[in-house]
Design a protein around this ligand. Structure first.
Ligand code: PXG
Length: 443
């Protein structure tokens, strides 16, 4: 492919209203990716760029995995689409079972969506409907957490706790929020912070305020990703679990980033030793190759719907998407999870996470870095704000990195790394060294 094949006209650039993007800046100085293989992206100048975020946290196996592309191309020829409602196709059932192989015991009923945002809204609706089915219809209130991210749909943004994602959009779903777990004294902690578990006790305050008889569920990311990689304090999730159990409140883990290997375990639940009642997954489920998400429910939650569903020919929950369990997504998911199992890459993430931890923490002391956090193959750097412009320096760092051949995520006042699971030690060294240089180059 030559550059002229991929050169874009101004009108083409203007026609696409890009998501979560500074459109004006981008269209003046586009960053166009034309190909990808393994841990590297190729841009329209033919440059090789290390993919330091696995796409958007979704391509841990690397790009261009042959098993996945073969499965997809075969599937398109065999069965390109099957109606998702009242009819089925084999791969949706096979993938549902495959997903449960990665889940903690008891989480074994899979409701497919097409994204993490849809998984968020689906899980919140299941939670409310569940209590209604249980004869407790007043349990509707939903509780999220400050700095949480659950995608962009109405439920997800309402329960999310990143102000910038909420300010423009008016009223969402009635929600309350737990405090976040970032404690200044924990800056530069390696792995899980030792203090902060008591922040889970704020749930008791919210229960006192709203009464448990009105609360359906708590939704959190076990490790918060978008807010800049915030690992849970030790015992925080355990305390939250206990309070939810004591008060008959469902606990939803949003594992859109944590699930399927990034924590060096099958799930965040396994890595941190706490099992939720509902788990949201997406991203790594198909290695990012075809959009797909899901909510995985405890068996008895599913059974509750079956038992209270009325006559057998009636549907038990009026919810679902045209593309729930799309055959092509299922083929991609089966192939991706098969490779994840056979490759030993989750074990590799666990083994190499110490090396990665040492590397990222070696940047302590670089210009404007006010905190470094990590777990598994995820790391976040907090950046001191330039006067009046908290988001400027992360943007400058990311642009400098792109010029040098490294893709990293910038968002809010943070820089984030989400290594491909196939990353080698010398690639980690080069990435982190370049990042340190980019911080030092800041004015
Ligand atoms: N939940 C979580 C925990 C996520 O991280 C979503 C839900 C929404 O998924 P969809 O598929 O609807 O986008 C996400 C998405 C970042 C970043 O910079 C994170 C996401 C997306 C883009 C950037 O950390 N996560």
């Amino acid at each position: 492919m030559t550059h002229s094949d991929t050169a874009l006209t101004q009108n083409q650039l203007d026609s696409f209203w890009m998501p979560y993007t500074a459109n004006r800046q981008f269209k003046k100085d586009p960053r166009i990716i034309t190909a990808a293989k393994g841990a590297y992206l190729t841009d329209d100048q033919g440059r090789q760029i290390f993919d330091g975020l696995s796409g958007l946290w979704c391509c841990g196996l690397g790009h261009g995995v042959p098993e996945i592309s073969e499965a997809i191309s075969h599937q398109v020829q065999q069965l390109d689409y099957a109606p998702a409602f009242q009819y089925g196709h084999p791969k949706a059932f096979q993938l549902a079972e495959k997903v449960t192989e990665f889940m903690p015991d008891g989480l074994n009923r899979v409701f497919f969506t097409n994204s993490g945002s849809e998984a968020a809204d689906t899980s919140l609706k299941i939670a409310r409907a569940y209590w209604r089915k249980k004869g407790l219809p007043t349990k509707t209130k939903l509780i999220g957490r400050i700095k949480g991210y659950h995608g962009v749909n109405f439920g997800g943004f309402s329960l999310g706790g990143i102000g910038a994602n909420r300010a423009l959009f008016g009223d969402g779903v009635a929600a309350d929020h737990l405090p976040h777990t970032v404690i200044p004294g924990n800056a530069f902690t390696r792995g899980l912070p030792a203090t902060g578990a008591e922040r889970a006790d704020d749930l008791l305050e919210l229960i006192a305020l709203h009464d448990a008889s009105n609360i359906a569920a708590v939704i959190i990311e076990p490790l918060a990703g978008s807010a800049g990689v915030l690992p849970p304090p030790e015992n925080y999730l355990q305390r939250l679990r206990k309070i939810c159990d004591d008060h008959n409140i469902l606990l939803i883990f949003d594992e859109v980033i944590c699930g399927f290997g990034r924590m060096g375990a099958n799930t965040g639940a396994a890595a941190f030793g706490v099992v939720p009642d509902l788990m949201n997954i997406a991203k790594q489920l198909t290695n990012g190759v075809v959009p797909m998400g899901a909510v995985v429910a405890r068996q008895d939650i599913y059974e509750t719907f079956m038992e209270t569903g009325g006559p057998e020919y009636m549907m038990e929950i009026p919810h679902g998407y045209t593309y729930s369990g799309h055959p092509v997504a299922c083929a991609a998911g089966l192939a991706a999870l098969g490779v994840l199992q056979s490759s030993g890459l989750i074990q590799r993430v666990k083994q190499m996470s110490g090396y990665f931890e040492d590397a990222v923490h070696s940047l302590k002391g670089r210009k404007y870095i006010s905190d470094i956090r990590n777990f598994g193959f995820a790391a976040g750097f907090s950046v001191e704000a330039a006067p009046g412009e908290p988001a400027l320096r992360p943007y400058q760092v990311a642009m400098d990195m792109w010029k040098k051949g490294f893709y990293v995520r910038y968002g809010g006042d943070t820089i984030q790394l989400g290594l491909p699971f196939i990353s080698k030690t010398d690639e980690i060294d080069l990435l982190v060294e370049a990042l340190g240089d980019s911080f030092n180059a800041l004015a």
